[in-house]
Design a protein around this ligand. Sequence first.
Ligand code: SF4
Length: 314
Amino acid sequence: MTNQEYIDEIERMKREKNAIILGHYYQTGDIQDLADFTGDSLALAQKAEQNDADIILFAGVKFMAETAKILAPRKKVLLPDMNAGCSLADSCKEEDFKKFIKDNPGRTVITYVNTTAEIKALSDICCTSSNSIQIVNSLPEEEKIIFAPDRNLGNHVINNTGRDIVVWNGSCHVHEEFSLEAILNLKDKNPQAKVIVHPECELPVRMIADFIGSTTALIKFTRKDNGNCYIVATEPGVIHQMKKKNPEKEYIPAPPKDSTCGCSECNFMKMITIEKIYNCLKNEKPEIFIDKNIIKEARKPIKRMIEISNKLGL
Ligand code: SF4
């Protein structure tokens, strides 16, 4: 079958099965265009909760599909490839995190949504890169916090809130791979370019940024800013949305440290393909299953995040 034939069949099955596709900004452009709704982790979690579909097919990675299942436990949630994991979520294992909480008693546990369902079940509030600073600021000033699993986002939150926060030492292999030297070289060649950076990047890269923000914030920035050229330090899938909104501007993906690979794509995100989406929707598997008790506990911190975000209009 051709790509277009797969797409036509997926559209037909979506109508027949009352299914929707939620697609993350780090998916390939054709999948983002096929999705009923495209967004970052926060927007996709909000959308998973508010829709009338019987089936949610998640074009993203496993922790995102799990979040959808936790928020909509009666729906069938499908993930086209169960190997689509996340190095950041993998850097925080349940037993180690339980010990970390025990070693740092009396702290509110805030975890980034890039965690397994079991880690969410140990948390008080979840956050995403879109709302982490606001979630922390919504707590009383004297409240002490554990932040996990991303050390770079955690340090970014400390710098912007001044709160007493203990940070778990995890990271995302994609966002830690950007080369400061290569970005500075690019900037020399394109002095008009603005460097826009995701907060999961390391401090030296954040320090040279003209703007730091979540994927959604970066897209909005390029839309509203009066510049015409950007060096983009996050997964290059977002450039698809930037180009759609402002095709006349130039977007240069920030290069990784490993010069043998010219791109900084997330290998997990890119495991999802149009053909796998077709097979997944046709066979209604692989399907996400989570223990009922884990769903009950993991739901609380996600709901708290959504409530705070909705209240703040995020
Ligand atoms: S880009 Fe990083 S944080 Fe996002 S899914 Fe890939 S490995 Fe995980």
